[in-house]
Ligand binder design. Sequence first.
Ligand code: NIG
Ligand code: FE
Length: 423
Amino acid sequence: MSLGPTGSGGPSTAGAPVEGELAGGAVLVDDIGELVTCAGAEGSAGAEGSTGPEGSAEEALGIRHGAAVVIDGGVVRWIGPSGQAPAVDRRVSVGGRAVIPAFVDSHTHLVFAGDRSAEFAARMTGERYDGGGIATTVGATRCATDDELRTLLAARVAELRAQGSATVEIKSGYGLDIATETRLLALAREVTDETTFLGGHVVPAEFRSDRAAYVDLVAGAMLAACAPLARWIDVFCEPASPHAFDADEARVILEAGVRAGLLPRVHGNQLSHGPGVRLAVDLGAASVDHCTFLDDADVAALAGSDTVATLLPGVEFSTRMPYPDARRLLDSGATVALATDCNPGTCFTSSMPFVIALAVRELRMSPAEALLAATVGAATSLRRSDIGRISVGLPARLTVLDAPSHLHLAYRPGVPLAAPLWG
Ligand code: NIG
Ligand code: FE
């Protein structure tokens, strides 16, 4: 089936390629309406069609028209004009659809039990989010069995993959005791290598009268038990919340994590201006996530560092908070990523396309900037150069859109356009 002139409609789903179709021998993915490599000029060199002005986000998308991709053994082997493709075992037509790199969801909290929809409803009628609801999820999660949590996690990962995300970072943080934090990380490790120890999420009720003892536990015995199961360490650094951690507490936990071989990332500046961004930059964290309330010094610090500013606009949507100022960050030269923050409290969506639509409409990112942030930007925040782009020699993690171009991700919000096209 080929995709004709679209007018207001998209292609029908008849003949759409399905997940798994690229397994087996060498496959030519052909009839690509628009190939977005996110590999910049390298991705578009020699291709027909247009890219944006040099150095622009549009150019960084590396868009190719009339291109095809050869995949073998789960790796991209060739990209070039369709008519010059090498002979292969099989050909898969995507019927004029757009093909983009699979999304990288670099910030989620997927391992939890319980339901907080009533808390969301209360926020929609004026309640403020302060992190206190995390205790509800901790209570339910501690009571759940491994099998119950595994089933819940599998459903969430399937939901996320079905919407085109191939890589997911998963945090612990709903156990807040040694036994449960290690359980959550072990379960997360069953589905991803990008696991994050978040014992420093909030101070649990049993430590409320002795916060220092909880910081000692997280930076001591809990870290020792969890470090072998994690790649990253994260802290909710938010002095404006009575439940979260101030800069000194967060520093103790993060520095202990680094000594234990973990790489730091930070929840910062979500609820108010605060020390999270500067702490993250100071520690050389890979990412500081939320960045909703930034002053000039925060923006300058991010722009002059390798720390990625990860924006999570689904959180502002679901908490009725003001959106972060993405333009200020982008215009300063900071690296920006987008992620879902899928969690039961502040944002229970698994949809990167929804986040992209919010970023374009509410954060005033261009469609190109938003797609780059959801792929290469998020990959950079995980210090990965093998994901988030389509390039010869890299794993073939392709997402197909039931649309002729990536612009439809924001143009058609809420429509399930994205689907996985990897083996
Ligand atoms: O990223 N801010 C802290 N942690 C999560 C929310 C967790 C919850 O409320 O359950 C976040 O927004
Ligand atoms: Fe989070």
